[in-house]
Design a protein. Sequence first.
Length: 379
Amino acid sequence: MALLQLAAPCLMGLEGLCADELKRQDIEKVRAENGRVLFEGDWSTIARANLCSRYAERVRILLGEFPVYSPEDLFQGVSKIPWEDFIGSHDAFPVKGHSIGSKMSSVPACQKLIKKAAANRLGRHYGVSWLEESGSLHQIEFLILKNQCSILLDTSGAGLHKRGYRANATTAPIKETLAAAMAELSRVRPFSTVIDPFCGSGTILIESALKALHIAPGLKRSFAAEQWGGIPAKVWREERDRALSQIDNDAAFQAYGYDIDPEAVALTLENARKAGVEKRIHAEQRDIRDFDTTPDRAAVITNPPYGERLLDMEQARELYRIMGETFTARQGWSYSVISPDDGFEMAFGRPADKRRKLYNGMIKCQLYMYFRNASAGGR
């Protein structure tokens, strides 16, 4: 088959990480853009990206891009796409999308036009006047941005941040893809010790463990394209076998989580069990004031409660002050703290050695990284 044009949307700030990760998976012609990464590949590439990407939110097939200034432009552009190469005569193909700063501003009108154009072409190809749409889901997505239309087909189903281990979560949990990025930026390795003193649902600890042990994040879930008739089942089997063969069970990695809430501790342990990393993760109830720096080296990675969650910025900054006193600069240790508070460093008591702008959902944050006096083991 001809190579497909593929697109992986990601959180703002993670484009470079996502692109580098895809390149390490032997995926070709990777290039990062704002909010997404483009690349090329076949069915195996789609399976590999879905199974193995820690930072992408989805994997989509980019079917076409063209200018749109009128309903006719949209209809004709969609009609030229070879829908029959992807959608069977019984498959479902709902349409959803967005229009931003464009002449075609009505999303419902665009949905109807795209649906009609795709249905007309499919009907002609299969020689039917009615498509029952009782088969597997092929979600069509569109984005019309400043009169430029992109038509895509989602292969993931549920967002890739839904790894399958976190059915339950504490209040305001960090997104799995962001937690994975924090682990990467904190240079978590197979030999690392990771500590999260505000472990909540255990997401940072679990994502750190998955990374350290080279466990593909999508191994415990399914994807929409697995049900597509056009993709041989052996493609998914082979890519799962490939991912399983890369797991490093001999890694020395260990993680420790603490939280003042006993329910959060129990949830961390339960989620670690679901993720298959329960032997690597230890959690107990503990106040931040009792933080212990006994290990010779460790990477502290955490998402502490902040104003939006505490509903009191003064409480949050008092917490930052305590952290600043507790997180002492020490060889072999590093600290990575994500916060949306521009006053974090002042409250913490010292400027970060490095900062990285990230987004926790729609909230703009900074990852404040402290590693001065840390050896390579902590970084």
